[in-house]
Ligand binder design. Structure first.
Ligand code: SF4
Length: 420
């Protein structure tokens, strides 16, 4: 029987061998994969370099393993042509599962039901390049069968808010309503603000016996009300507050940083570097700190001016991004630090101004004060890399930060401010 799996129907993808994933990710492997790689006898192969182990401990205290990296963060198996040595020598099936799954992400979506999202850290995902999900259905299902535990488990539905839970069927109603919010004939920013507004009502609501059809009617009502609240002229929004900007810049640091194994191995020195970068972001004066090679230093001030109209690709790109993350349950529950739907949606919404800020940074470093489609695409690969995956974004501090940005009313203001 085939796995009941909801395909990411809005998204095309095929691997274009850019090797980016093999340069960005720490690849954790299982004990069985460690054994398999050791049996491949890479120690006798000169390709990895003398004395370079293929597999190293994930951390000194844990009995977990990862693929070794070169000092620049690239996997030791990545060759000079951007191809995988394991794949070339032993075939695709010999690679660790994590490498074969990427950029797909499989999440529970109901009782014995799985849904699929994609990671936008892959440029081919951002560019929507390759085969459709329908064309790749067989391959996606094959990987899914390996990822999803054999004994299917009934994962509990994610909570709706800090104090409200409903079953999977009603969670499905919220997800359908969110997806529909981004499917309206409106600019994506308008749809995003509408989604944030109606989810902020849900965040405060008590559902008691509002379930099924009644829940659908309630959602229809608040969505219509929220859409009417978003003004056509977004110039009516105030700029974000000082506190909102401060929290935003600190959060930006979590998205912009790139942690390679070599950097983490520098211990105290590496932590000091991150701390001084965080202090620099908190001050918000002078030059932005150096967090990664493709984001050189530029003055903070340069990123606060207007960058004019958003690039042409913005609406289509972000509508696809939000809808893929929402229908793929890639924004809450197991995929997002076990956070409820509301908080997950607010955190996902913040990816919009974070991406625009990073795009401004890329453009300013190139001496421009307008954004191109390429700036936006590059910025989204950076922003989505850490979303849901960095430990810092799952911390209590990061959770409070999102809450504070909502309480201050700064989250919608940040979306509008960096879109101007
Ligand atoms: S094992 Fe191969 S596919 Fe996996 S990260 Fe290394 S080079 Fe890339």
């Amino acid at each position: 029987m085939s796995l009941p799996i909801d395909l990411p129907v809005l998204q095309n993808w095929s691997c274009h061998n850019c090797g980016g994933c093999c340069r960005q990710h720490l690849v954790e492997i299982t004990a069985a994969e460690k054994d398999r790689i050791e049996k491949q006898r890479w120690a006798d192969d000169t390709a990895l370099g003398p004395g370079t182990p293929a597999v190293v401990p994930l951390s000194p205290r844990q009995k977990r393993w990862r693929l070794n990296q070169r000092p620049d963060g690239a996997c030791v198996f990545l060759d000079e042509n951007g191809l995988c040595r394991i794949h070339a020598k032993f075939g695709e099936a010999a690679k660790p599962l994590a490498c074969r799954v990427y950029p797909y992400a499989f999440h529970p979506a109901g009782k014995n039901r799985v849904t699929v999202s994609l990671r936008y850290s892959c440029p081919s995902v951002v560019g929507n390049r390759g085969a459709s999900a329908k064309e790749s259905a067989q391959e996606i299902r094959k990987i899914g069968r390996e990822v999803v535990p054999k004994k299917k488990q009934d994962y509990p539905a994610p909570r709706i808010s800090a104090h409200e839970s409903v079953g999977w069927e009603d969670v499905g109603r919220f997800v359908t309503a969110l997806d529909a919010t981004f499917d309206r004939e409106q600019p994506v920013l308008h749809n995003l603000l509408t989604a944030v507004f109606w989810m902020s009502i849900v965040d405060q609501a008590k559902f008691e016996d509002v379930r099924g059809k009644r829940l659908e009617e309630f959602l229809d009502l608040i969505i219509a009300g929220a859409a009417a609240e978003v003004p056509d002229d977004l110039g009516e929004f105030d700029p974000p507050s000082r506190m909102g900007r401060l929290q935003f810049r600190i959060r930006l640091g979590y998205y912009a940083r790139r942690d390679t194994a070599a950097m983490m191995a520098t211990g105290l020195r590496g932590r000091w570097r991150l701390l001084s970068a965080a202090l620099g972001l908190a001050r918000g004066k002078g030059q932005l700190p150096m967090l990664r090679d493709d984001l050189p230093r530029v003055p903070f001030e340069a990123l606060e001016q207007s960058f004019g109209p958003l690039p042409e690709s913005t609406d289509a790109l972000f509508a696809r991004y939000f809808r893929t993350k929402i229908t793929g349950m890639h924004f809450c529950g197991r995929a997002y630090y076990d956070r409820p739907l509301c908080e997950g949606l607010f955190s996902l919404a913040l990816v919009f101004p974070i991406t625009l800020y990073l795009a401004r940074w890329i453009a300013a470093a190139d001496g421009r004060s307008t954004l191109s489609d390429d700036d936006l695409a590059h910025a989204l690969t950076i922003a989505d890399h850490n979303h849901g995956y960095s430990e810092a974004l799952g911390s209590t501090f990061a959770t409070r930060q999102v809450r504070q940005l909502m309480t201050l009313g700064d989250l919608p203001k940040l979306c509008v401010w960096y879109a101007r």
